[in-house]
Design a binder for this molecule. Structure first.
Ligand SMILES: [Zn+2]
Length: 251
């Protein structure tokens, strides 16, 4: 499998799992990976994430011009993702979601991810809160404004809108998206229990964040491979072969 085919396969898998985990919204929002120094693979407009296939994905330049793809490239997808890749050469994946619990935090006065659990500690000092909203991200300027926000932190909460999670590649970014959702869900549940949440002490928070950071990338790859294995299991109706397990060591 060529590296572009492998990227297509991974990004399609990420879409299907994101849908299953509740990160999708209709046929809106978009996920992408950098395919080269000038191009990206990105969500096609009109395909439900749960049905995403590798060859449905659009290959486009960062200016939004389409290289290949049978579907339309949605305008805000081109604006947001292209601007981020252009500005951040180390970014390999950009995930934009309106997932409900994180977005709810972005919709309340002064909302932040509270440091009340190890899944929250993972995001200590890794989130920028963009406290402005100027409508749907159609204009190129809005994409560039969001790209500038990514300069502050790899994860951005967009007020009254949703979240942007960026990373060096799809495995790392998807893992962050997953745990960000878990942290935000937990925060919402805890808020409804009637007692104040217990915020981690500074020293404990710093130690926990460091512990998670030391294994975050390794665990992200293991997590994504586990999801790929479940996808393969569903497709062929059998457990991963020993060949597939061994192949993991070559990635
Ligand atoms: Zn959006």
């Amino acid at each position: 499998m060529s590296s572009l085919d492998s990227l297509r396969d991974k990004l399609a898998t990420a879409h299907r799992w994101a849908a299953e985990f509740g990160f999708s919204e209709g046929i809106d929002t978009h996920l992408s990976v950098r395919a080269s120094a000038e191009t990206m693979l990105v969500t096609p407009f009109g395909v439900h994430w749960s049905a995403m296939q590798p060859d449905y994905l659009i290959e486009a330049r960062f200016d939004g011009s389409v290289i290949s793809g049978a579907y339309e490239l949605e305008r805000s997808a081109a604006c947001i993702h292209g601007a981020i890749y252009l500005r951040h050469s180390d970014t390999g994946a950009v995930l934009h979601s309106h997932m409900l619990h994180a977005t709810a935090i972005a919709c309340i006065e002064g909302g932040t991810v509270e440091m009340i659990h190890q899944n929250s500690a993972r995001f200590a000092d890794r989130i920028h809160y963009d406290r402005a909203y100027s409508g749907v991200a159609f204009p190129q300027e809005e994409g560039e404004r969001i790209a500038e926000a990514v300069s502050q932190a790899p994860i951005v909460f967009l007020q009254n809108h949703g979240v942007i999670v960026t990373g060096s590649g799809i495995e790392v970014a998807f893992d962050d998206l997953y745990y960000l959702d878990r942290a935000c869900r937990l925060q919402a549940i805890a808020a409804g229990l009637g007692s104040p949440a217990i915020v981690l002490q500074d020293e404990t928070l710093a130690k926990t964040a460091e512990q998670i950071e030391s294994v975050r990338e390794r665990n992200a790859f293991a997590h994504f491979r586990a999801l790929q294995d479940v996808s393969a299991l569903r497709e062929v109706g059998r457990a991963p072969t020993s060949d597939r397990i061994l192949a993991h060591g070559d990635d």
